[in-house]
Ligand binder design. Structure first.
Ligand SMILES: Cc1cc2nc3c(=O)[nH]c(=O)nc-3n(C[C@H](O)[C@H](O)[C@H](O)COP(=O)(O)O)c2cc1C
Length: 211
């Protein structure tokens, strides 16, 4: 039998977790980013495809590269955040299925011949993986600020070589032309003095039905 998590854990993960725009001047270490990844990678994805790819931007050079693509309202908080992660997805994720889903050898070919299925699967599952990332970050004491207010196409050109030919896709990591951004997420230790009051959520009766 699994245990129900203690209230302190539920508070940190959900009840008191907020979307932050203000950040304390406290760095996020590479070790912590790795620990987040080691937890979030265990979240489930279709056919265990793991389509999400993550670009952690920390240096001012990397942040400046991102700046032109941000919606005006997202610039200041992103520049101030210790780390911004681009949650992206690899349209060639299925090439790793022989390793990730060895029990079903036909799965790679199912995707290889069906770009629509690839796109919808990669988007759905990278969104889920982005959510796992946020939960893992919160579990390890960090705060998050997710954002979709940016120019995906232009970011993809700059960071992932969208529109360019991969020339054989020799680069295994972020193969040119095959990775697309999903959303961004600022990571750090949030400044709670800058929070607005929590907005309401839909009640069970408004969002759910049981039959
Ligand atoms: C996928 C996603 C995209 C978002 N995009 C933006 C954004 O571009 N700019 C922004 O200020 N907030 C953005 N938000 C923040 C939401 O408005 C915020 O998470 C929501 O209002 C809940 O706030 P709370 O977590 O403090 O309760 C985004 C959130 C998510 C999950």
């Amino acid at each position: 039998m699994k245990n129900v998590l203690a209230d302190a854990a539920l508070n940190q993960l959900f009840r008191e977790a907020r979307t932050y725009s203000g950040w304390l001047d406290k760095p996020v270490t590479d070790d912590l980013l790795r620990r987040i990844y080691e937890l979030m990678k265990l979240g489930p994805t279709s056919a265990n495809g793991n389509p999400a790819r993550f670009v952690f931007l920390r240096s001012s050079e990397a942040k400046e590269k991102l700046r032109p693509f941000l919606a005006p309202g997202n610039i200041e908080k992103t520049m101030a955040a210790p780390v911004t992660v681009i949650v992206a997805y690899d349209l060639l994720f299925y090439e790793k299925l022989p390793k990730l889903f060895p029990q079903s050898p036909g799965m790679r070919n199912l995707f290889a011949g069906n770009p629509q299925l690839v796109e919808v699967t990669a988007r759905r599952n990278s969104s889920l993986q982005g959510a796992y990332l946020m939960i893992a970050a919160r579990a390890l004491g960090l705060d998050c600020g997710p954002m979709s207010g940016f120019d995906n196409a232009k970011l993809d050109e700059e960071f992932f070589g969208a529109g360019r030919e991969c020339g054989g896709c020799e680069q295994e990591f972020f193969p040119v032309g095959h990775v697309r951004s999903n959303f961004l997420c600022n990571l750090g230790y949030g400044d709670s003095s800058k929070l607005y009051p929590r907005a309401p959520r839909l009640e069970f009766i408004e969002a759910c039905t049981v039959s």
